[in-house]
Design a protein around this ligand. Structure first.
Ligand code: ZN
Length: 322
């Protein structure tokens, strides 16, 4: 701990977590708030207050702050662009926070942060080329190419959920004008939609009985019933896994990664999603790209955004991680 510690922040649309983290990624304190995304000033006030709590709990010097947010972030200015879930569009979270807490601040997209922690200490450790997909309400993406996290010209690269996998597919949610994107077909929401369709088709299944009993057919319910062995729920997960596999085929053919890491809330389904996805990759990817690539669940779960943001701050401070 001689190297000091940093504050890693996951600023989500519904929750805010600031962790006091050392260079071995041990968490010494967690400051947790339910987010209040009603207006910009309230979000920033709550962010500052939560970070200050984490700073006060630090057992050694605090070297800086890293923040992961569910928005595109312009690297040169720290300005949030296209922020669907928080009223931060056009705000330089980096500059505002740095001024109010008096520490260096780095800000990036939350899926980039998740990619970073998996690369430094998780399933993509040691890889020169790796891909992260976070399956939640939508799909976030992160890319390591040639040993560097890829941002693109304006911080908008690695929006991997918006690759087209079905030209005539359903509309993509949010601000995307496209349809048939991977995230329109594979997500917590999509699991619920397909679950409802199959529940109606198979009323004698556990899924069908849950629907008949008035339960909401959500992604988490379908996942739970699939884990319990219900054939109908498992058919939903297989369909989702095969669709995920189509996206992964395109990614491995373009980037030739060593590993594709899948995280986010929906990866609670684990092998129920990944095994059918692997089968599609084995069948449809170019031989050179499918040989040797690993498709695995993320090591860091709900705290990957916070820990990845801590990695960003440690990198900025020049502190070796691990
Ligand atoms: Zn889209």
């Amino acid at each position: 701990m001689a190297a000091g510690c940093v504050i890693g922040v996951d600023l989500g649309g519904t929750k805010l977590l600031a962790g006091t983290v050392d260079s071995r990624l041990e968490v010494h304190h967690r400051a947790y708030r339910l987010a209040r995304p009603d207006d910009t000033a309230a979000v920033l006030d709550q962010l500052v207050e939560t970070v200050q709590e984490a700073i006060e709990a630090a057992p050694s010097d605090v070297l800086g702050v890293g923040v992961g947010i569910p928005a595109l972030v312009e690297p040169s200015t720290g300005v949030a662009l296209d922020s669907n879930h928080l009223p931060l569009h056009g705000v330089s979270v980096r500059d505002v926070l740095a001024e109010r807490v008096g520490l260096p601040v780095v800000v990036d997209n939350d899926a980039n942060a998740a990619m970073l922690v998996e690369w430094r200490c998780g399933e993509a450790r040691g890889a020169s080329d790796a891909i992260m997909l976070t399956l939640g309400t939508g799909i976030g993406g992160g890319l390591i190419v040639g040993g560097r996290l890829v941002h693109g010209a304006r911080g908008a690269a690695a929006e991997l959920g918006h690759m087209i996998v079905d030209a005539d597919g359903p509309p993509c949610p949010g601000s995307c004008p496209n349809h048939g994107c991977l995230e329109a077909l594979v997500s917590g929401h999509a699991i619920g939609v397909e679950g409802l369709r199959i529940a109606r088709e198979k009323p004698d299944s556990a899924l069908g009985r849950a629907f008949a009993g008035g339960r909401e057919i959500s992604g988490s319910l379908v996942t739970e019933l699939a884990h319990d062995g219900d054939g109908a729920a498992r058919a939903v997960m297989t369909l989702m896994g095969e669709r995920l596999g189509l996206g992964v085929v395109t990614l491995v053919n373009i980037f030739n990664p060593e590993v594709v890491v899948v995280g986010g809330g929906a990866i609670g389904a684990g092998e129920l999603l990944l095994a059918p996805a692997r089968a599609v990759v084995a069948r449809r990817a170019l031989p050179i790209n499918r040989e040797g690539v690993r498709l695995v669940s993320a090591r860091f779960g709900a705290e990957s955004g916070m820990l990845g943001a801590a990695c960003m701050a440690l990198d900025a401070a020049g502190v070796a991680i691990g």
